[in-house]
Design a protein around this ligand. Structure first.
Ligand SMILES: *[C@@H]1O[C@H](CO)[C@@H](O)[C@H](O)[C@H]1NC(C)=O
Ligand SMILES: *[C@@H]1O[C@H](CO)[C@@H](O)[C@H](O)[C@H]1NC(C)=O
Ligand SMILES: *[C@@H]1O[C@H](CO)[C@@H](O)[C@H](O)[C@H]1NC(C)=O
Ligand SMILES: *[C@@H]1O[C@H](CO)[C@@H](O)[C@H](O)[C@H]1NC(C)=O
Ligand SMILES: *[C@@H]1O[C@H](CO)[C@@H](O)[C@H](O)[C@H]1NC(C)=O
Ligand SMILES: *[C@@H]1O[C@H](CO)[C@@H](O)[C@H](O)[C@H]1NC(C)=O
Ligand SMILES: *[C@@H]1O[C@H](CO)[C@@H](O)[C@H](O)[C@H]1NC(C)=O
Ligand SMILES: *[C@@H]1O[C@H](CO)[C@@H](O)[C@H](O)[C@H]1NC(C)=O
Ligand SMILES: *[C@@H]1O[C@H](CO)[C@@H](O)[C@H](O)[C@H]1NC(C)=O
Ligand SMILES: *[C@@H]1O[C@H](CO)[C@@H](O)[C@H](O)[C@H]1NC(C)=O
Ligand SMILES: *[C@@H]1O[C@H](CO)[C@@H](O)[C@H](O)[C@H]1NC(C)=O
Ligand SMILES: *[C@@H]1O[C@H](CO)[C@@H](O)[C@H](O)[C@H]1NC(C)=O
Length: 650
């Protein structure tokens, strides 16, 4: 499906900027490689560094050990950048700091056949201050809580906006011109190597591929023996009709305890046929109910979450292209406003600031996607150019006058090495300035705005950018920002943004805005595949209702190869029995009332959890477990600091 020249082009650019030798290797380049590889001096350096790193492991002070490793790494990076990856990988393996695969993933050098973070680690060491906030933050969030959480520095970006005027203190009330619909799809996470009959109950990172296995010696009879049946090469044809493939007796497979079936599994990402079933259901629902959409939000998640050694450059690009091609193919002229997530780049989760000298390691990715989105007609030439210049972020004005601002959330992701450099600064990536400029311009003309990104900052985000993001949202809420949309967690959730002033910040008076976290198509994490649409007020772009659809994946395990069935799960306005005027939007006040019930009633908490995982067999039991204890903290926190403070106070 993906055009070979697009792949080759991207590969060539990526190889050039990262220094992975292209084939054939030219003479000079080869000579340099041989010289460094054979030098005895280099082996001495590596052995010396390994010894030094090994010593840090015997410290009683784990935090000091972590910081010292960063100091050792930083001085090595300054003297011999090329030695960092071999020295750290060797130390990591010898000391069994991580298992060998993880050592290579964390410190090795990427090749076209498997991604590693070694070169990003070197870049981080070069820029970071290991003994200051950067180092403590890294040792807390990246390296197993080795350091206690450092106190978050107070930052502000308020100089970037004018004071809030009285007329912008409240949101406009919905008009009487009715609503339109917006489709929201998230976390498709296609698994290109999904293999029917492979181990779905595996002990590896991601199951359902030919390299998956269960390392326990399971004996006896698999609980699914005799019930499971599967069909090869089932697919959805161009006209949308389902074509069932040929029968396969999965129990003829050796060494497989729980074979993966046609449509996917709760331990795996999404087979292509399930992506297509989702899109087919969306179209069928639309036809049957005469529902049309003005546009689609896609909050990222194209690649799968397998171990990095199984993720090649080609997989990364092919996942992106396959997902976008299917969306384009099935949704046709309907515009899609996409963002990219942490599994959509190579290596995963990494993004360097434009102001750094290594930004070109990633620009091939934004160019590739911006070109595609322009070619598909989702962005015009000007917006596509903006996306190339803003890590795929852009601002689009829709036909009815809403502005949609898309951001690349790797900028606040706690697995992005580059977000640990100058981590106490408010806006290293310049994305928040971009966001503020767009918001100031919209506010000046009373235009309402939606903000779209992949990662909700409170979940796997870092404190400083979370707080800056939250300050921006507070400044432009509730009048200008009408909605915030995320994906990433795979669960159907929401978050309330509260004003930060006052003694009781989580009060109804302080509720300012809400973020909608969309359910995933991917069943990974024990959730049922889902999609949703919003009913949106035409005049104010406030959300009037959210309609959620899902497919019980476990039915496909025993359905003799017939296509998945999809159901309406619930609509947000009616689900929680909140008394709320039909003319009022589902704004932060509404969600605050829901949150209060989640906090006070175990029955409501249970309902919220069942929605979160879409009635999955792996849903949490709020009555008999502690799994739901932090739900209230989750729905009432927009930043990491808020969430962690709330959890600590429980
Ligand atoms: C690492 O340190 C331990 C003692 O802390 C020592 O026993 C071991 O030999 C060292 N290993 C290497 C490779 O230096
Ligand atoms: C891990 O790597 C080290 C060094 O290369 C090797 O000695 C060891 O056998 C490996 N461990 C496993 C479990 O493969
Ligand atoms: C940030 O400001 C608050 C309130 O003004 C203060 O209590 C806190 O200590 C400050 N934090 C830092 C890291 O300066
Ligand atoms: C999955 O494998 C684990 C061991 O890794 C085993 O304990 C468990 O019972 C298996 N689950 C099923 C449903 O077979
Ligand atoms: C599984 O069985 C093999 C062969 O009998 C044995 O070598 C291995 O230790 C067993 N593994 C576990 C986890 O019990
Ligand atoms: C999925 O849909 C795409 C695009 O419409 C199509 O090319 C592909 O063959 C379909 N695959 C399956 C397995 O249904
Ligand atoms: C479908 O909706 C359109 C626009 O809202 C309307 O003009 C048309 O009559 C509807 N068709 C049916 C079959 O309800
Ligand atoms: C906070 O609480 C103090 C003491 O109870 C009170 O004096 C003050 O007015 C309160 N401030 C706000 C903003 O409610
Ligand atoms: C309602 O729609 C009409 C016609 O499109 C338009 O003139 C009017 O301004 C709209 N009113 C509101 C409140 O949006
Ligand atoms: C699947 O086929 C088997 C054998 O023909 C039959 O017993 C079973 O009822 C079928 N299941 C469904 C869900 O149709
Ligand atoms: C939500 O809507 C209600 C009713 O329209 C309004 O009273 C309330 O102030 C709104 N809340 C926010 C945060 O805008
Ligand atoms: C699927 O799981 C749900 C939730 O646990 C359960 O109610 C349902 O019976 C299961 N369906 C099948 C076919 O096993």
């Amino acid at each position: 499906m993906i055009a070979t020249n697009i792949l080759l082009n991207a590969l060539l650019i990526w190889q050039t900027v990262t220094g992975i030798p292209a084939d054939p290797v030219d003479e000079d380049n080869l000579q340099t490689l041989l010289e460094t590889e054979n030098a005895i001096a280099d082996e001495t350096i590596i052995a010396d560094i390994v010894t030094q790193l090994n010593q840090t492991m015997s410290y009683e002070d784990h935090c000091g050990g972590c910081i010292d490793r960063l100091i050792i790494g930083k001085s090595l990076a300054a003297a011999r950048e090329d030695m960092v990856a071999p020295a750290f990988t060797m130390w990591c393996k010898l000391s069994q700091f991580y298992d060998n695969d993880t050592c290579v993933q964390q410190y090795g050098i990427s090749t076209v056949n498997g991604s590693s973070l070694g070169s990003n680690f070197v870049d981080m060491l070069g820029g970071m201050d290991p003994t200051g906030y950067d180092g403590l933050l890294y040792c807390h969030y990246y390296e197993n809580n080795n350091c206690p959480k450092p106190e978050t520095p107070n930052v502000t970006v308020s100089h970037l906006w004018p004071p809030k005027s009285p007329e912008h203190m409240s949101a406009p009330e919905p008009g009487n011109n009715g609503t339109f619909n917006v489709l929201h799809i998230s976390d498709i996470n296609i698994q290109l190597d999904y293999a029917i009959g492979s181990e779905s109950n595996c002990t590896d990172a991601l199951c359902c591929s030919s390299h998956s296995h269960n390392n326990q010696n399971l004996t006896g009879t698999s609980p699914y023996n005799g019930y499971w049946n599967s069909y090869y090469n089932s697919y959805f044809a161009e006209n949308g009709s389902y074509v069932q493939g040929s029968y396969i007796d999965v129990f003829n497979m050796s060494n497989v305890w729980t074979p993966a079936t046609t449509f996917g599994n709760y331990n795996c990402d999404t087979p292509e046929v399930l992506v297509n079933s989702t899109l087919e259901n969306i179209l069928e629902y639309s036809r049957q109910n005469n529902i049309t959409y003005d546009f689609t939000l896609f909050t990222g998640g194209m690649g799968d979450s397998d171990l990095a050694k199984y993720l090649s450059f080609e997989d990364a690009v092919s996942s992106d292209m396959t997902v976008f091609n299917i969306l384009k193919d099935r949704l046709g002229k309907l515009p899609v406003f996409p963002v990219i997530g942490n599994q959509d780049s190579y290596p995963h989760g990494q993004l360097a600031p434009l102001t750094s000298n290594v930004e070109s390691k990633f620009s091939w990715n934004y160019n590739l996607l911006s070109n595609l989105w322009e070619e598909f007609g989702w962005l015009n030439a000007e917006q596509a150019q903006q996306a190339r210049e803003h890590y795929t972020g852009y601002a689009v004005e829709t036909q009815l006058g809403l502005k949609v601002i898309a951001l690349n959330s790797n900028a606040w992701f706690n697995k992005n090495m580059y977000s640990y450099v100058n981590a106490s600064q408010p806006d290293n990536f310049g994305q928040f300035s971009f966001l503020i400029e767009e918001l100031v311009a919209s506010e000046a003309k009373n235009q309402r705005v939606w903000i779209v990104a992949h990662i909700p900052p409170a979940f796997t985000g870092l404190p400083v950018p979370s707080n800056v993001f939250s300050q921006i949202v507070e400044r432009f809420s509730p009048s200008t920002i009408a909605g915030i949309f995320f994906g990433h967690t795979h669960e159907d959730q929401f978050e309330i943004v509260y004003a930060s002033s006052g003694n009781d910040t989580k009060s109804v008076e302080n509720a300012l805005n809400q973020a909608y976290i969309a359910p995933s198509v991917s069943p990974l994490g024990g959730v049922n595949p889902a999609w949703r649409f919003y009913q949106v007020d035409k005049a104010t772009f406030s959300i009037m209702n959210v309609h959620n659809y899902y497919s019980p994946l476990n039915s496909t395990f025993t359905s003799n190869g017939t296509k998945p069935t999809w159901f309406h799960e619930y609509s947000s306005r009616y689900a929680y029995n909140i008394s709320w005027p039909t003319t009022s939007p589902l704004n932060a006040t509404y969600w605050h009332l829901v949150a209060e019930q989640i906090g006070s009633s175990v029955a409501v908490r249970q309902k919220y959890e069942q929605f979160a995982k879409r009635q999955s067999p792996y849903g949490s039991d709020c009555y008999n477990s502690k799994e739901c204890d932090y739900d209230y903290c989750f729905v009432t926190s927009f930043t990491v600091d808020e969430y962690e403070t709330c959890v600590a106070a429980q």
